[in-house]
Design a protein around this ligand. Structure first.
Ligand SMILES: *Cc1c(COP(=O)(O)O)cnc(C)c1O
Length: 365
């Protein structure tokens, strides 16, 4: 029982479970020097110029920020070569996903997404009283876009596609998405959630260039939480048709994109070269980790983000606990697999060594 009669949709919701922190693992297991590879964060502190911009903005936080983040929208429009009215900003891209749910999902409306995918999709769907329609992943732990299109009905309001997908890391090309769009009505909003875009091989295409101009019902969400190392300040953005942008803007909580987030976003766009260099380092580490695991007998799904996914099935909980006791905190999906964020080279070595000790050798998709 809860005080105050929460809506049944809220009562039924599980609490959001963030990745476990290193300090908590140290306390639970009586260990030291635990590392967190559980939330797909950037392992390095933010770039100096971004930190300086956040510090400078902190001196003005007695004032409300610009609710619309006008300057940042203009900069993003310029950066991505779209019009200003095609851009919005949100409190992280999960804030934008929540705005999309608030905007489009009435009780009983359907929300289609492949599963397993990002955990906030079922939460926001349920919160609105929507009906989740999930489409199984294919044998390579990627998306079956024909099945996604086939799952869309008259009741569907949203399709949610994380590419690269969290937690499996697989991606779909914009060509494949365009083929799928040909079979989906313009009444259905298709969200291309590109939280990991910066880590994706460019051969997959750019949905902002390849899809948004062709399909008014496609909206692309992106974030500065992962590649840009700004998970703690909360800045996400979206690019789509001006009508969609206008609708979802109505649902932004007042001043949810705070002054420090806006300053960080502007500084991050200015620091694009430094960020690209850091992304290149993470990619080379990701490729090294994939190579070493493959050499050890693993058959992994295609890794296109800043993490790898170990399809451990029934062994998931055991291996997860084994890793954690050795101070390597990862993200388990019980009965399915473990997602491991790419960290610094030293952290990645710790993971690879711990995985061997924990008995997690060679498994197939
Ligand atoms: C991490 C993540 C996000 C968003 O993170 P924010 O910090 O809210 O920007 C969105 N989608 C997916 C698939 C993610 O993994």
């Amino acid at each position: 029982m809860s005080i105050g009669r929460p809506r049944s949709a809220v009562d039924a919701l599980p609490a959001y479970r963030p990745g476990k922190g290193a300090a908590q693992a140290e306390e639970e297991h009586g260990i030291q020097d635990a590392i967190k590879l559980a939330s797909n964060e950037n392992p390095l502190p933010p770039i100096a110029s971004i930190q300086a911009a956040v510090n400078a903005a902190a001196s003005g936080v007695n004032r409300y920020a610009d609710h619309r983040a006008t300057e940042v929208r203009a900069r993003i429009a310029n950066w991505l070569e779209v019009r200003e009215d095609q851009v919005t900003a949100g409190c992280g891209s999960v804030g934008l996903l929540q705005q999309l749910a608030l905007t489009y999902v009435d009780p009983g409306d359907e929300v289609v997404y492949p599963w397993r995918s990002f955990e906030v999709y079922p939460i926001y769907t349920q919160l609105m009283g929507g009906v989740a329609v999930t489409v199984p992943l294919n044998a390579s732990l990627g998306f079956d876009l024909d099945a996604v299109a086939a799952a869309v009905t008259d009741k569907t309001k949203l399709v949610l596609l994380a590419t690269p997908n969290n937690p499996t890391g697989t991606a779909v090309t914009t060509d494949a998405l365009a083929d799928m769009m040909a079979n989906i009505s313009e009444d259905v909003i298709v969200v291309v959630d590109e939280a990991y875009r910066e880590f994706l091989d460019p051969s997959f295409g750019d949905p902002v260039q390849d899809l948004v101009p062709r399909f008014p019902n496609v909206i692309v969400t992106r974030t500065m939480s992962k590649a840009h190392g700004l998970a703690g300040v909360r800045f996400g953005y979206a690019i789509g048709h001006p009508d969609v942008i206008t609708s979802i803007d109505k649902t932004l909580a007042p001043f949810a994109v705070n002054a420090m987030a806006q300053a960080a976003a502007l500084a991050a766009i200015d620091a694009e070269d430094e960020i690209k260099a850091r992304v290149a380092d993470i990619l080379s580490e990701r490729n090294r980790v994939v190579q070493e695991l493959t050499a050890a007998g693993w058959d992994l799904p295609d890794a296109q983000a800043n993490f790898v996914y170990l399809p451990l099935g029934d062994r998931t909980d055991d291996i997860y606990l084994g890793l954690e006791k050795l101070g390597v905190v990862t993200r388990p999906f019980s009965g399915e697999g473990i997602r491991v964020t790419i960290g610094t080279p030293t952290q990645n070595d710790r993971f690879l060594t711990a995985l061997q000790s924990a008995g997690g050798s060679g498994a197939s998709v």
